[in-house]
Design a protein around this ligand. Structure first.
Ligand code: SF4
Length: 301
């Protein structure tokens, strides 16, 4: 049997569900029961009644699955797959900020650890950040954490002043406007889709600023034949698979998140065989972190 057949057999035995983020390795995406962006994966985890969830994405995403499905065993096949941006906000820093700004609403991008989520007022994803911020009382101060780029892009779109944490996604933040200008010059007919974790100067050059889920939707529905995709390049696999007649260009150099590529087929097989490594969170953290996620999902719905 090859490794995918071994995994499929274990999946049946364990009644497991495999969830994967759009940036993971192509072979992981092809194996998964569901592939999506952070919001789609959070919804799927919440609706999932599987006794075992194998979460292929970075650690904070697997934690979110555990928060939303606390009775499931959540396997995170490679414990070293973390998100550098999520590590840019710590519970200690957030506690300190709250004590100094007791009236400020703390909005946390889902790219935060469970321990940080447990301390904030509401969560958002790149797919619903505008909707979440718009739902907050206009007279209240907002601190947006940890991604200053996403915060600035949303604040600009909504014309809403906010404070921003000093964090960013190193992969998206590295993309420079000149790189996108070069891609546009090389492919003048292409529709430009940029992730809002990119710097505002990059987003300003795009036709649309979207989560990866939003990019997939536009690519499916648009009459455009050619696209420039300004985000982590793992999404190209699914875009191309779903739209074989369309052309997708990444920018150069290709934005690659090493953490998103850490989970291999061998890791998945090993995790399912050993039922480890598991995501373990205290009941207290699950209870407190669920509140801002549920608030987000209620507004989104
Ligand atoms: S692409 Fe950026 S935000 Fe996503 S996991 Fe990698 S470092 Fe974190």
């Amino acid at each position: 049997m090859d490794i995918c057949e071994d995994i499929a057999a274990l999946k049946r035995d364990l009644q497991a569900v495999i969830l994967a983020h759009n940036y993971t390795l192509p072979e992981i995406q092809d194996l998964a029961d569901f592939v999506g962006d952070s919001l789609e994966l959070a919804r799927n985890a919440a609706a999932c009644r599987a006794p075992v969830i194998v979460f292929c994405g970075v650690r904070f995403m697997a934690e979110t699955a555990k928060i939303l499905s606390p009775d499931s065993i959540v396997l995170h096949p490679n414990e070293f797959s973390g998100c550098p941006m999520a590590d840019m906000a710590s519970p200690e820093q957030i506690r300190k900020y709250k004590s100094e700004h007791p009236d400020t609403i703390l909005v946390a991008y889902v790219n935060t650890t469970a321990a940080c989520k447990a301390l904030v007022d509401i969560c958002c994803t790149s797919g619903n950040a505008e909707k979440i911020i718009s739902s907050l009382p206009a007279e209240r101060e907002i601190m947006f954490l940890p991604d200053a780029n996403l915060g600035r892009n949303v604040a600009h779109k909504l014309k809403r002043p906010m404070s921003f944490w000093a964090g960013c996604c190193p992969i998206h933040n590295r993309i420079q406007p000149e790189q996108l200008e070069q891609a546009k010059a090389a492919h003048p007919a292409a529709l430009v889709l940029a992730h809002p974790e990119c710097q505002p100067a990059v987003v300003a050059l795009a036709d649309h600023a979207l989560s990866t889920g939003g990019m997939l939707k536009i690519a499916r529905g648009s009459d455009a034949h050619e696209f420039i995709i300004c985000t982590e390049s793992g999404i190209i696999h699914r875009l191309q698979k779903e739209n074989p007649a369309k052309i997708f260009h990444t920018i150069a150099p290709e934005p690659v998140c090493p953490d998103m590529k850490k989970i291999t087929l061998q890791d998945v097989l090993s995790a399912m065989r050993n039922l480890a490594p598991r995501v373990e969170l205290s009941e207290e953290v699950i209870r407190l972190a669920r509140r801002p996620i549920d608030k987000m999902l209620a507004i989104q719905d």
